[in-house]
Design a protein around this ligand. Sequence first.
Ligand code: DAT
Ligand code: MG
Length: 150
Amino acid sequence: MSERTLVLVKPDGVQRGLAGEVIGRLERRGLQLVGLKLMRMDEALAARHYAEHVEKSFYPGLRDFMTSGPLVAAVFEGENAVRAVRQSMGATNPLDSPPGTIRGDLALDLGRNVVHGSDSAESGEREVALFFRPEELVGWTSDMAGWVRE
Ligand code: DAT
Ligand code: MG
């Protein structure tokens, strides 16, 4: 079933000039981009986005990091989009992420791991709605679709 996933190039990724690299890797895998913008996360959005982590000891550092500069927010859509993005991202800790993954190739530190991706289809819907108004998402048919999926 088709699903949507929210991808964030975190402030470290944008500062390091890796936004295009991260989005490009996911595009090149064949995932379809349906939303994209540069924006800044404020504290209220951080608390909603990371609701599952708000009470954790690392949350203040995570919040300060995520609100410290611009991020690139993107939505990818398609069958198994959540799983494909999580696999391309690698593990939460870059040192546990194999080479070939975004975090395994581009990051070293748990607190500077360059990219976010929704962890389930349900999270994807919730997170997309936090970052994008419906009219900011673009439905379109990729002319390459038949060359990406059978
Ligand atoms: P992921 O980003 O892989 O979905 P997560 O949802 O468990 O991982 O955590 C969100 C972010 O919070 C993660 O990308 C980095 C940070 N984080 C997670 N666990 C942490 C910890 N134990 N110490 C410091 N930062 C942590
Ligand atoms: Mg997560």
